[in-house]
Design a protein. Structure first.
Length: 447
């Protein structure tokens, strides 16, 4: 059992649940194993199974007659079944497992005389040492349900204290498969069974703060509002390296997130990168979506040259990597207060937090074979031919990058999209005049 404990420590060092096992025959250890389901992407890679496989290889026989398996934790049903099939003579375990153990805790699989083999069981060997290793492993995880990955940064909570017009509590998910442990933040306000759920997707370099003027309107109408921060933005974790940021990674994280929240009766609300990514989502699950509110964005299919305005923006971002985010917002929204402009800077306390801001401008699909271009063409065909919901468009006419010419092109690609709401004084970040848009959208989607 001491050797099984050493195997368990190897599992813990690799970030796996610390369970170790050894197989003994004729007084000699012939095989060892430790938990490895995460690293191997194999749900069967429990310590016992790993050790059994190695023992069978060493003996050249899948029957392990005369063998004893030592394991630090009471085996589960899968591992117990494997031992019985292998004809293991005896199993010796350390700590009991009151939730999944089937050697006496939840049930005793080994005592069923109807089975054609009986494996003898001894439990509680070095139980305290085995149990302490498990407790030490899980204690920090219980204290911190959202541990920070080593390759990411997390903006301190105090950076978001007392933001103007942003009173909503944070919600986090850190187990979405597409982003492998990165913590993703979202707002979630209003009743879960609301007649409409407004799914608000921001762009670069914004975050969910962008929707603060629209959220109250929809809540007052009795609706639900959800607004995620893309990885790299807002209160979400920020990978240190620009290479993390890929079109498909961000798209899949949004698909995973929508699926996890099981959003229904959705009005998709998009602008900037919120549209470049978001407009590709509904075709994956059309039944979830009832409406589309689209503002100053595009479908980046790679078939048309990028606009001169966008190319100028991309070049400027490359030459000014430390640009003042809040100042950029204030430039097109003269009524913003200093506190509001500071709120847009809050997620990015220094250059280490800005990998997404550097990565996103070059990510826009420029050519037909650029990452994201093919899925964007599929989305265009969906909106043109298959979209069954209502649509509403608002255009900030002062936008030099994604203004009226680009939006009129997008309007032609959306089935039955009515004449847009034009905002003569609004720039690229249309949501800064969002209350009027939200009120018009409530009226529109009632009709």
């Amino acid at each position: 059992m001491d050797q099984a404990l050493e195997q368990a420590k190897l599992a813990a060092a690799a970030g796996e649940v610390p369970v170790g096992a050894v197989v003994v025959k004729d007084g000699q250890v012939i095989a060892t194993g430790h938990n490895a389901p995460i690293a191997s992407h194999d749900p069967t890679a429990h310590a016992e199974v790993v050790a059994l496989r190695e023992a069978a290889r060493v003996l050249g026989n899948y029957r392990l007659d005369g063998c004893t398996l030592y394991v630090t934790l009471e085996p589960c049903a899968m591992c117990s079944g494997a031992m019985l099939h292998a004809r293991v003579d005896r199993v010796v375990f350390g700590a009991a497992d009151p939730r999944t153990g089937v050697a006496g805790s939840v049930l005793n699989l080994f005592e069923h005389t109807q089975l054609n083999h009986q494996t003898r069981v001894t439990g509680g060997v070095l139980a305290q040492e085995c149990g302490l290793l498990l407790k030490d492993f899980f204690r920090p995880k219980r204290m911190n349900p959202h541990p920070l990955r080593e390759d990411a940064l997390r903006t301190p909570d105090e950076a978001f204290a007392a933001l103007p017009d942003y009173p909503w509590p944070a919600h986090y998910l850190s187990d979405l498969p597409s982003i492998a442990g990165l913590r993703m933040h979202h707002l979630d306000e209003g009743p879960k069974d609301a007649p409409l759920t407004w799914l608000c997707l921001h762009g670069n370099p914004a975050w969910s703060y962008l929707y603060r003027k629209m959220v109250p309107v929809w809540l007052a109408a009795g609706h639900r509002v959800v607004a995620p921060d893309l990885i790299g933005f807002g209160k979400s974790d920020k990978p240190k390296k620009e290479e993390f940021h890929r079109f498909e990674t961000h798209r899949q994280s949004l698909l995973d997130w929508v699926e996890r929240l099981d959003l229904q009766r959705v009005v998709l609300v998009v602008q900037d990168w919120g549209g470049i990514l978001g407009l590709t989502l509904p075709m994956a699950a059309p039944g979830r979506y009832k409406g589309l509110l689209v503002m100053n964005t595009t479908l980046a299919t790679g078939e048309l040259p990028l606009s001169a305005g966008f190319l100028a923006w991309r070049d400027w971002c490359q030459s000014q990597p430390q640009f003042d985010v809040g100042k950029l917002f204030a430039r097109g929204n003269r009524g913003m207060t200093p506190a509001e402009t500071s709120a847009y800077n809050a997620p990015f306390p220094d250059k280490g937090f800005r990998a997404a801001l550097r990565a996103f401008p070059p990510m826009v699909p420029e050519f037909t074979d650029s990452p994201g271009a093919a899925i964007s063409r599929q989305a265009r065909d969906f909106w043109r031919n298959d979209w069954q919901g209502q649509s509403f468009m608002a255009i900030g006419l002062q936008d030099p990058v994604l203004g009226e010419p680009v939006m009129r092109q997008l309007q032609s690609q959306i089935r039955a999209c009515p004449e847009p709401m034009l905002l003569p004084d609004a720039g690229h970040f249309v949501q800064e005049q969002g209350a009027a848009i939200a009120e018009a959208a409530v009226r529109h989607f009632k009709s």
